[in-house]
Design a protein around this ligand. Structure first.
Ligand code: SRM
Ligand code: SF4
Length: 574
């Protein structure tokens, strides 16, 4: 018998995506057939919606769009494939598979995402099945990397405390596995799994947590380990803050309702900061996550997708309502939150010896892109390291990479390769660049309004001239750029944030905190490079001259009155 989930009455007509999910027979749609269709390199819109749940998006190369239109050709269709890696952990074998697929089927580059996952771009429809099969053979998958479900679970890569990392990573893996969709569609479509459900009879298939409509919108979970807030716990729909006592994990504070996305000019949408509502023991964590998800499943807005994230569900009904609903569903009450302290949200680079006597090397990867350049053969170097590395790789939440668990005897060998391939921890860069992130944007992202990954490095070249002159080269300042207001690089939490408005134009935001617990505020609207530099120069010089001891830039611009502090998304547009 199918377990039916009764949803509370929802106001408004369900969005078209709800229809697509409803008619999809648990995420099948006509995907199997359209993937075989040789006429077009693309797939129809309805199937593309479902494709996301399988971890992939149909895209087209936007650099070629106009020319192809002129030539009356269909767009240069290609697929982006996102591979889940809970907590960003991958073995050397898995790294080599990612590298091989990116070169064999993709555009020859790999992308480490802001949620510690891998992305490959440029895969043609004809190669999709082979790619996903090889990913699965390497014991990784793409299911639920995108779509209206729980996404890749983030966790602090923590090289310092190995026991805490392995415990927290265990919970990230558990969350990832337990919250995965149960449909057999993924196996059927990609892995030639046996067809368990007749397309006309859906009776046997169940989706116990999600139901056949899945969630109203994407859902994100991350676990932070203070003092590092590298996963930006307050940007997560559901965040866990590890609480330790005498180096033992005793449980987690629970933060709810964070999110970054908004739409320009629509004040009913806004980035929001998660709010801490209580504490649970480790053995209660899965129960909490599942019950929170069912609340969002039942009460999230299924009519207007841009208001469907959990943050809006909470802001509409109130935090007290949420806590009561959660306690009722749990059948027990959350304990009071514990004290905790974050002191930064970026990565710490270079070699670190963990308390298991293994070494960890964190290297700066500009905007998460792994590729070979004439003077920097990064992709080849990492491939050679993976061939001999016996530990693991950890993708950091800031698009960087950690070569982890290196034993004393392997360290020398790896150091030799690091030198041979000119791989660095980023020490030649300013602290500003080392704290920078940019989303993908052009040419692959269909939603990009302005460049991000391809532009931020050259903008930083110019800002570096200012900071050098101001004597701020080693001053850590978090700077982030997104090509549109969806905020994939979490710019609303940066000390300096840029959000694309149109080609070459950005809104500039200031005043996020260095620890990621305060939103930024609009400072200048729709400005190009000249005005960005002209705006930043006096601010950075004033900061260099007037900053108090240990004062971060984001705090400074608020103290001296350049922008107001924003502690709730509800005040973001004021
Ligand atoms: Fe994102 C949509 C890339 C992290 C908020 N994001 C997209 C799409 C899939 C565009 C699309 O829908 O057509 C982008 C694909 C670009 C490409 O060509 O690869 C895209 N998002 C990314 C990645 C790859 C950025 C990166 O440079 O690393 C990140 C992949 C994460 C992962 O591994 O799962 C990525 N996206 C984020 C984050 C940051 C995070 O999760 O920590 C956010 C803000 C947090 C949040 O969700 O609130 C984010 N992406 C969005 C949104 C806005 C959602 C909203 O609430 O309004 C969209 C648009 C949407 O969902 O409609 C979006
Ligand atoms: Fe694309 Fe916008 Fe996300 Fe950048 S922020 S990857 S432009 S959706």
């Amino acid at each position: 018998m199918t377990k039916r989930i009764t949803l509370p009455p929802q106001s408004g007509t369900p969005s078209d995506v709800e229809r697509i999910k409803d008619e999809s027979n648990y995420l099948r749609g006509s995907l199997a057939e359209t993937l075989e269709n040789p006429i077009s390199a693309g797939i129809p819109d309805d199937d593309n919606r479902l494709m996301k749940f399988h971890g992939s998006y149909l895209q087209d190369d936007r650099d070629l769009r106009n020319e192809r239109r002129r030539q009356k050709l269909e767009p240069a269709y290609q697929f982006m494939v996102r591979v889940r890696a809970p907590g960003g952990v991958a073995s050397s074998e898995q790294w080599l598979v990612m590298d091989k697929l990116a070169n064999k089927y993709g555009n020859g580059t790999l992308r480490l995402t802001t949620r510690q996952a891998f992305q490959m771009h440029g895969i043609l429809k004809w190669n999709m099945k082979k790619s996903i099969q090889e990913i699965n053979k390497a014991l990784m998958d793409t299911l639920a990397a995108c779509g209206d479900v729980n996404r890749n679970v983030m966790c602090n890569p923590n090289p310092y405390q190995s026991e805490i990392h392995s415990e927290v990573y265990h919970w990230a893996q558990k969350l990832s596995a337990d919250l995965s969709p149960q449909t057999n569609a993924y196996h059927e479509i990609w892995l030639d799994g046996k067809k368990v459900v007749d397309s006309k009879k859906t009776e046997e298939e169940t989706e116990p947590l999600y139901g056949k409509l899945y969630l109203p919108r994407k859902f994100k979970i991350g676990i932070a380990v203070p003092p590092n807030n590298d996963i930006d716990v307050f940007s997560q729909d559901l965040g866990f803050i590890a609480i330790t006592k005498k180096d033992q994990l005793i449980g987690f504070n629970i933060s709810v309702g964070g999110g970054m996305g908004m739409t320009h000019g629509d004040t009913a949408t806004y980035p929001q900061i998660g709010r801490v509502i209580g504490f649970c023991r480790p053995d209660q964590l899965l129960d909490v996550a599942k019950k929170v998800i069912t609340i969002q499943r039942d009460y999230g807005n299924r009519s207007i997708r841009k208001n469907a994230r959990f943050k809006y569900t909470i802001d509409k009904r109130g935090l007290d309502w949420l806590i009561k609903e959660l306690n009722d569903r749990l059948g027990w009450e959350l304990a009071e939150a514990h004290d905790y302290q974050f002191d930064h949200n970026g990565d710490r680079y270079g070699w670190i010896k963990g308390n298991n006597n293994h070494w960890h090397f964190t290297l700066f990867i500009q905007n998460g892109r792994i590729k070979d350049q004439a003077d920097y053969p990064l992709m080849t170097g990492l491939r050679e390291i993976a061939k001999i590395h016996t530990g693991d790789f950890r993708l950091t939440p800031n698009q960087n990479l950690m070569i982890s668990n290196v034993t004393d005897d392997k360290k020398q060998e790896i150091e030799k390769l690091i030198k041979q391939y000119m791989i660095t921890a980023g020490e030649q860069h300013s602290a500003l660049r080392r704290n920078s992130m940019a989303c993908v944007a052009f040419p692959t992202c269909g939603l990009a309004m302005a460049e991000a990954e391809r532009y931020l490095p050259s903008l930083i070249d110019k800002i570096e001239l200012i900071i050098d002159e101001a004597g701020l080269r080693e001053q850590e300042i978090v700077i982030r750029m997104s090509g549109c207001p969806n905020g994939c690089s979490r710019p609303a939490l940066a000390e300096i944030g840029f959000i694309g408005k149109g080609p070459g134009k950005y809104n500039m935001y200031l005043g996020g905190s260095f620890v990621g617990d305060r939103l930024s505020k609009l400072y200048k609207e729709n400005i190009g490079e000249e005005e960005i530099l002209a705006s930043l120069k006096p601010l950075l010089f004033q900061y260099a001259k007037e900053k108090e001891e240990n004062e971060h830039f984001g705090d400074f611009v608020i103290r001296v009155g350049h922008v107001k502090a924003v502690r709730s998304g509800l005040d973001f547009h004021d």
